[in-house]
Design a protein around this ligand. Structure first.
Ligand code: SF4
Length: 345
C-alpha cells in the first residue's frame, strides 16, 4: 500500500495473529538485492518482516497474516507465496478427477481487456481443467442468503449485520481485535468456499481450484472449519505464469459459452459490491426492508480498524457493514496482474 508507513504506525500488529499459522508467504533471502528502500518491510502492515545486515528479509510467523503485500512490493522475488503448481499440474495431467476452476469476480481485465469469461474458460480447458465456473455465481447465492440474514438479524435501529462474504483478513481482524462484534457477523461462508461445497455436493469426486487476486485465500482454504471445499488456490499471477509456460494466450482462445453470473455477483470484486448486491436483492425479494437498508463500506486495514472502533463506540448509524482489507477491494489484491483502476466490470 502507498500509505504503508502510516499503516505500520496505526495498526496493532497483534490484530491478525493466527492468519499466518499456516505459512503461505515465504522468504527467499538469496534473491534479495538489498534495495535499501526496504520495500518489503515498508509494505507489511503488521511489521512481520525483519531484515538482516545485508538487507535480506525474514518473516516473523507470529505477526504474519499471509496477506501477501510484501510479495507485491519486492521486484526481485525475495518473498513469494507457497506455490501449489506441482501437485496441481500433476493432478491435471493424471486425468483421474474432474477439476473445476472457480474464478474470482476480479478476473475482468486481468489477462487483457479482451479476455472474456469464455476465452478464459477455453484457455483453462486447454490447460487440462474439466470446467470453469465464475465464483460470482456462488456470490449470487450468498447475496440472497445475506439478504435474508439481514431481514432476520436487523430488527431495530441498534442492530447491524457485518458481512462475512469475501475477505478473510477482515474476519480475522474482527475475531482477534473486536471479539465483542463477532455475534453480528453473517454466518455465511465466502463465495469461494460456497463454490467448492456446491460443486462437491453435486460431484463428490471433483477437485476445485480457486483462482483469484488474493494470497490470504490460501490460508482461508486451510481453516479447520472450511477445509476440504477448495483443493488448491492460485493467484492470477501464478495462472499467468502457467499460461506462459504452456504457451497459452487466453486472448487468442475461442470465446466459449460460459455459465454466467449476475451483475451483483461480479460486483464482489470491488469494495461496496456486496452492499450493492444485497441492497438490490432486498428491493426485489423483501422490498419492505429495502428502504431502511443503510450500508457502509470500507477498505484498507487501517480504515477497517477505525470503522470497527466507531461501531464499538456506537458512533455509526449504518446497519450493514462491509470491509475489505485491500484498497479498492479484491481488484487491489496482491496476486492481481493490473492496477485496481484498470480492471473492468
Ligand atoms: Fe484477499 Fe484483499 Fe480481497 Fe481481502 S480484499 S479477500 S485480502 S484480495
Amino acid at each position: 500500500p502507498n500509505n504503508s508507513e502510516e499503516v505500520i504506525n496505526e495498526y496493532d500488529e497483534e490484530a491478525l495473529m493466527g492468519m499466518g499459522s499456516e505459512p503461505i508467504v515465504l522468504a527467499n533471502p538469496e534473491a534479495c538485492e538489498n534495495c535499501k528502500g526496504a520495500q518489503c518491510e515498508i509494505a507489511c502492515p503488521l511489521g512481520a518482516i525483519t531484515r538482516d545486515e545485508l538487507g535480506r528479509p525474514s518473516i516473523d510467523r507470529e505477526k504474519c497474516a499471509n496477506d501477501g503485500y510484501c510479495i507485491k512490493a519486492c521486484e526481485f522475488g525475495a518473498l513469494a507465496d507457497k506455490s501449489q503448481f506441482v501437485p496441481l499440474i500433476k493432478l491435471l495431467k493424471q486425468n483421474t478427477h474432474k477439476v473445476y476452476a472457480s474464478v474470482a469476480p476480479a478476473f475482468a481485465g486481468q489477462f487483457g481487456p479482451e479476455v472474456t469469461a469464455g476465452k478464459l474458460r477455453s484457455a483453462l480447458l486447454k490447460l487440462g481443467f474439466s470446467e470453469m465456473v465464475e465464483t460470482a455465481l456462488y456470490a449470487d447465492l450468498i447475496t440472497i442468503k445475506e439478504a435474508f440474514e439481514y431481514d432476520e438479524h436487523v430488527k431495530d435501529k441498534h442492530d447491524f449485520l457485518i458481512t462475512s462474504c469475501c475477505c478473510p483478513i477482515w474476519i480475522k481482524l474482527i475475531e482477534n481485535k473486536f471479539p465483542d462484534l463477532m455475534s453480528h457477523i453473517s454466518p455465511s461462508v465466502s463465495p469461494m468456499v460456497a463454490s467448492g461445497r456446491v460443486i462437491k455436493e453435486l460431484e463428490p469426486d471433483a477437485k476445485v481450484v480457486f483462482i483469484g487476486p488474493c494470497v490470504a485465500k490460501k490460508s482461508e482454504a486451510q481453516l479447520p472449519d472450511l477445509k476440504g471445499a477448495i483443493d488448491f488456490v492460485l493467484t492470477f499471477q501464478e495462472l499467468e505464469t502457467i499460461f506462459a509456460a504452456a504457451d497459452i494466450n487466453p486472448a487468442e482462445e475461442a470465446d466459449e459459452e460460459n455459465p454466467v453470473a449476475s451483475w451483483g455477483g461480479r460486483l464482489y470484486g470491488r469494495t461496496g459490491g456486496v452492499s450493492a448486491a444485497v441492497g438490490t436483492t432486498l428491493e426485489k425479494l423483501i422490498p419492505r426492508r429495502a428502504e431502511k437498508f443503510n450500508p457502509v463500506k470500507v477498505d484498507g486495514i487501517p480504515d477497517c480498524t477505525k470503522l470497527l472502533e466507531n461501531i464499538r463506540a456506537g458512533r455509526l448509524e449504518a446497519n450493514f457493514i462491509e470491509g475489505m482489507a485491500c484498497k479498492g477491494g479484491c481488484v487491489g489484491g496482491p496476486g492481481r496482474l493490473i492496477p485496481p483502476e484498470q480492471g473492468t466490470e
